[in-house]
Design a protein around this ligand. Sequence first.
Ligand SMILES: *Cc1c(COP(=O)(O)O)cnc(C)c1O
Length: 392
Amino acid sequence: MKQIPYGRQSIDKDDVKEVVKVLKSDWLTQGPMVRRFEEALTKYCGAKYAVAVSSGTAALHLACIAAGLKKGDEAITSPITFLATPNAVLYTGAKPVFADIDYDTVNISPGEIEKNITKKTKAILPVHFAGLPCDMPGIAKIARKHNLIIIEDACHALGAEYKVSGKWTKVGSCKHSDMTIFSFHPVKSIATGEGGAITTNNKELYERLIILRNHGVTKDNARFTNFYSSIFPKETWYYEMQYLGFNYRITDMQSALGISQLKRIDIFLKRRREIASIYNRQISKIDEIEAPFEENNVRSAWHLYVIRIRKNRGLKSDRNKLFSYLRKAGIGVQLHYIPIYLQPYYYKLGYKKGICPQAEEYYQTALSLPIYPMLANKDIKYITTKISKFFC
Ligand SMILES: *Cc1c(COP(=O)(O)O)cnc(C)c1O
């Protein structure tokens, strides 16, 4: 039987050509393509700076370090996200604090963020779930009031937009945050295999991120601290390690693929929107389930299409039964996500059930349908027909 995945990349001839070009060039990594990919990202998102790295997780980790997170600090995030978001906070020794979601948008609720702020809070990590932008002006207002850093996890949301006083703003412009991070894993908006990036408008953060990506090493004369004059700081080969950095570099092959993919992002987004509206039409005919939410002042990147089963409608409203029925039909449905603090590792750290009731309720009812640019109309029809059959 044919298997339909929940997400997958779209690679064309130009993508292949661009990667092959790099393979035949002098540089496989640390060549000219990384810079060019970063420039393309800043242009697309409308931010001043971008730092491309080896994954979205690496981007989160570096952003948390650059933000100064450390042991004794707290960072507030959503429980409905991929594990990497709060894990990056843990890597720095700081403590992730989970604020409940808004049930309609599935995004972190600004009111819940405010309730969880303590003297130790240093950062907020809003996650644009499924590609739907969070209330960034609202979150920025809270951050300003309490002097907090904002790191947007936009792994689902490259290309998403929101409207503020009549003007559209792209996620990643950092108009309402300090840094925004992206992932280019094959299921995300654009693919580089593994890959990620951080955008920012802050020069100081940008320079710190560049250094942290490469072992904390700088060759910039202006940044040298030079406290041993006997180690030749004036020589051209001289370099300094100033932070405990990492090898989070992205290759030129990946960057070339990223540049080529980014040229087609608006085509990808258009098709994702089209698929979502076909689903919306079909789903609205089925009483037992609810379509995802989109307001007029936001444009989702439609990374995920999450339906929810309405409760108290008898046996047919069992999400688990629908899930296995669709899987048996070859449809790669998924569950995004188990509330993070219910994971055994987080349990051992002392997080208990009940922290975020809305997130737990959402988790009981949600199911992600396949969505990706190459998903054929006949496959969408097959999926929606199967769902209808289940409920009749
Ligand atoms: C994919 C994803 C990440 C991690 O990205 P990788 O590139 O896989 O490391 C982080 N946060 C969210 C919300 C994601 O979906």
